[in-house]
Design a protein around this ligand. Structure first.
Ligand code: ADP
Length: 477
């Protein structure tokens, strides 16, 4: 059994802003189910949603600041959670990283440096908790200083650093390093420095014993200038210890057989009932109710990363094709307006919902025939996995986790029953349009279509699968 300290700045359902929150909510639980001794450590933000059972454990003094460690548990899962309680730094309302205007809190470097120092004290069993980690698993820049600081300790635990998105690096003016009292041994261009700035993520990338990211393809892509954000050289240098492990999905929440949000539950053996969800979706979004026309769905933040601009360029051509298109999302106003304009002109073909709507998201997964993900990059991605579970055929660009979880439909993958979707290469409107045409042609071959659905619905996207790979990694260090 490994003792794992899981260091994270967010964890669902305590607090979540994105994919990191999902992973931190699910992976520790899945590791605990594999009989590992996992403890989560997270800042005690004001907006943290804990159970009643919070109790005081101990006080520490770090950098002249008094910090309490409190203990609680993950709701339902029961995994032990240690809260780093420093009101001066974490008792702020709302988002953990940014203020109400969306600007980063001005003392983020100090806040997360303190969090990292406390995690090190706990990991080294200097917090009187009578527990010493074997593995310290850090996530994203907010915990990046932990592997760096631990590298200076004798008899230290092994460290793993997981990259959830390279686009966020925790870069601060170089001068801050002095006020954070960071050890001089760490402050050089092979350490925490990045072009005279202080880089928190480099603490993980340069010092962790193992680096992981959330898909094997993304692990390769971040070693290139296109997606390495200037750190591709370091990542290539460390490629022997860098690997990708696909995230799992929540199989209880995303299960067409029990999903409370959809109008008719169904499974692989009762796929015909999926049709009722299609009619309900069409009715709800005021599209003509037509069982024969293929419905394309898309649910996403409306940002360039997700290829929304490529899709907008395709829409005028899609109008002339036998299809309907439904989109749920919000984000950049320019994209929101273009999409809404097109929906006004073609209300019989396009339905656009600008909001964040959990229940409509489930109905789209259940009711659409085809799901579009034309992402420019996608570290892992979730909807392509939900889609396969719901018998909805994903059309994805060959990048990151999309490339790793969707098998393109080709003569050989039809023959060996592995095909689950349509994969296209280039991030261009023309290529996306070709992929959409391929989907329409395949849709008109019911035998092949049913096989694609069946192949996708029997795939195992569980967290157990991912947790086993993390455990094998821990054991390999
Ligand atoms: P990212 O974390 O980059 O946004 P992911 O695919 O990893 O992309 O996860 C996004 C999750 O958020 C998915 O489960 C998706 O369905 C959900 N989501 C995104 N936008 C919306 C929305 N407007 N309404 C409901 N769910 C949404």
């Amino acid at each position: 059994m490994k003792k794992v300290l899981f260091v994270t700045s967010e964890a669902h359902p305590l607090i979540k802003t994105g994919g990191l929150g999902d992973v931190s909510g699910s992976l520790p639980k899945a590791l605990a189910e594999l009989s590992q001794d996992v403890r989560l450590i997270i800042p005690n933000y004001q907006s943290l949603k804990t159970n009643e059972d919070v109790r005081y454990l101990c006080s520490l003094r770090v950098d002249n600041r008094a910090v309490d460690i409190l203990e609680t548990h993950m709701p339902e899962a029961g995994v032990i959670v240690w809260l780093v309680d420093c009101p001066e730094y974490f008792d702020y309302p709302g988002n953990p990283y940014v203020d109400e205007q969306g600007n980063p809190w001005s003392n983020n470097a100090e806040r997360f440096a303190l969090f990292c120092r406390i995690a090190v004290e706990v990991a080294m069993n200097r917090a009187h908790l009578d527990w010493k980690a074997d593995i310290v698993h850090c996530n994203d820049w907010q915990s990046g200083l932990v592997p760096a600081l631990l590298s200076l300790e004798h008899d230290r635990p092994a460290t793993v650093f997981t990259i959830h998105n390279m686009a966020y690096q925790g870069l601060f003016p170089g001068i801050i390093a002095a006020s954070l009292n960071l050890p001089g041994q760490l402050l050089h261009s092979n350490g925490l420095e990045f072009h005279s700035m202080l880089s928190f993520i480099k603490g993980g990338l340069a010092y962790a014993d193992r680096i992981t990211t959330v898909s094997p393809t993304y692990a390769l892509e971040i070693q290139t200038p296109a997606l390495g954000y200037g750190l591709e050289g370091l990542l290539t240098y460390r490629k022997e210890v860098l690997s990708g492990i696909i995230n799992g999905i929540d199989l209880d929440q995303w299960n067409p057989e029990t999903d409370p949000y959809i109008s008719q539950q169904y499974g692989a053996k009762s796929l015909a009932k999926k049709q009722f969800n299609k009619s309900e979706l069409q009715r709800k979004l005021s599209l003509p109710v037509n069982g024969d026309i293929p419905v394309f769905g898309l649910i996403s933040r409306l940002v360039e990363q997700k290829g929304i601009d490529l899709l907008i360029e395709c829409l005028p051509d899609m109008i002339d094709m036998p299809l309907q298109f439904v989109l749920l999302g919000n984000g950049e106003h320019e994209f929101e307006h273009s999409l809404q304009n097109l929906a006004h002109i073609y209300p019989d073909k396009i339905a656009i919902t600008i909001s964040y709507d959990e229940s409509l998201a489930h109905l789209i997964e259940a009711g659409a025939d085809i799901f579009l993900m034309p992402s420019r990059f996608e570290p892992c991605g979730l909807n392509q996995m939900y889609s396969q579970r719901y018998g909805t055929i994903p059309v994805v660009r060959k990048t990151g986790g999309l490339a790793d979880t969707v098998i393109d439909t080709l003569p050989e993958t039809i023959a060996n029953k592995s095909a689950t979707g349509i994969v296209f290469n280039e991030a261009s409107p023309g290529t996306l349009l070709e992929a959409i045409k391929r989907a329409i042609i395949l849709y008109s071959s019911p035998d092949i279509w049913k096989q694609l659905q069946a192949n996708g619905m029997k795939k195992d996207f569980s967290w157990q699968q991912s947790a086993k790979q993390y455990l094998a990694l821990y054991r390999s260090i």
